[in-house]
Design a protein around this ligand. Sequence first.
Ligand SMILES: *Cc1c(COP(=O)(O)O)cnc(C)c1O
Length: 573
Amino acid sequence: MISNGDISTDEIQRRCDEKKINIRHYGDGTYGVSLDETVIGSDLIDLLYVFGANEEEAASVLYSVSDADSNVSITGSGHERETPYLTHPVFNSYHSETKLLRYMKELENRDLSLCHSMIPLGSCTMKLNPTSALLPVSLPQFNTIHPYVPSNQTTGYQSLIDELESHLCSITGYDKFSFQPNSGAQGEYAGLCAILAYLRDKGEGQRDICLIPASAHGTNPASAIMAGLKVVEIPMNKEGEVTKDSFKQKIEEAGDKLATIMVTYPSTSGVFEDSIREVCDMVHYYGGQVYVDGANLNAQVGLCRPGDYGGDVSHLNLHKTFCIPHGGGGPGMGPIGVKAHLAPYLPGHPVTGPNPLKSFGTVSSAAWGSASIIPVSWAYILMMGSKGLKKASEIAIVNANYMAARLKGHYNILFRGTNGFNAHEFILDTRCFKNTSGIEAIDIAKRMQDYGFHAPTVSWPVSNTLMIEPTESEGKAELDRYCDALISIRQEISEVEEGKYDVKNNVLKNAPHPMYLVTASNWPFPYSREKAAFPADWLNPYNKVWTGSARANDVHGDRNLVATHNQELKPLR
Ligand SMILES: *Cc1c(COP(=O)(O)O)cnc(C)c1O
């Protein structure tokens, strides 16, 4: 920090504006300045001018400093680093642009993406992220703005965010949004904190129980515990369902300790539970608040609204429903929508605001979260329009039900709504195969790689099952190809059930089959190379995506950040 001399704070601000420089004013006559490697001499002259030097003085100060600088050396200063750094070959092997280019392309080639085939990960909504909606992210007008710049420099951003807020309010039936949370989980935490602040304000601080169905996403209980709530699980019955009666029982038991319930709709089992309104009413009757996990909004946009059927607060995953790319830890946006009574308790921000009247506090370092990706969702909503958005939800639901109908004769579909349909996703019950053939969900998932596909979501929300969410982005031919692969795999399971192949040594247990295994001179398996690598006629050498490795040790991989090829990916036998 630099202490302010005789120049007034108003004059400093005027000079900052004149030179288009933003510095941080702490309000008490002290300033914070941060510089990075892009700052050049002329910027420093401007900065000295801002703090009262005239430009000539500033220039001479700068040159005397840089003259002095040339005599300063780090050698022998005692600050030299003595330990080696960046020793991994990846930091020392790519010195020409062609080499770096090839390295990056090689990494890309190992990836199976939407460029190759559908990725129907249940609950993840891996829909198309249209290029036209992504383009604004690379515009400097969006991506070079510091989150703390004075608000008169962000009027464009502000109107974009306000417009998105009003669209999201119409889509969800909520009255107000906070864009501060950077992920669904952070939104859950923020929403629960707002609920708790509201309850305390009402003099009901004793309410500390959060009811969560056993099938909930793992982030739900984690967020509730971080917010200081006591989590009470609503158990599943034998069929793996969370019934209205078990909700009722737990709500009554909690009584005046009930703070909130976290529900997902349509449920994580991929069903529009017809008791949702009743459950929400019951929670309100007992004085609790309803948190609706909005991750499944892709089944609802244009069709139904959490704010109408009883939600008090929800997070939306803009990186699922509203087209922000995700996976691999990319930035997310988990804004929360609330009914009017919770709006005064939404997150605030000490530097920039907005500061709702009774804000519970702050959850993220930037007031509008990952603001630079907000244009993606804004553009998507505007390009789709209200009719388009509704149609997308309908097609997402029809696609899931079409696949479920094609697979029905081959696999059990776990959970269907009362009228026999699913929402936008469904669960294949693969638990029965363990007894008949030793095959588990993970074996089917690995075998899907030999067919050139990404596996569905494995073992969630029910262990040893597969959950499929095709989204609206896929056409019938691709849905059929995916179904054909699963049906063909069902055939392969039958071959094990019939004793044609050993329960431990078959095309599923040994999957996936990478090229180095298939082309090795030694082929120790009881089935042909063709069956291993080209099990379907649409797979030809030109478009087959080969996996880079044979079956990896998943447990080892989950427990070790870095698992190397040598330790983990030895060819089988
Ligand atoms: C994805 C998801 C979340 C969490 O969202 P993140 O952005 O990954 O933190 C919560 N609940 C459900 C049902 C989800 O599918």
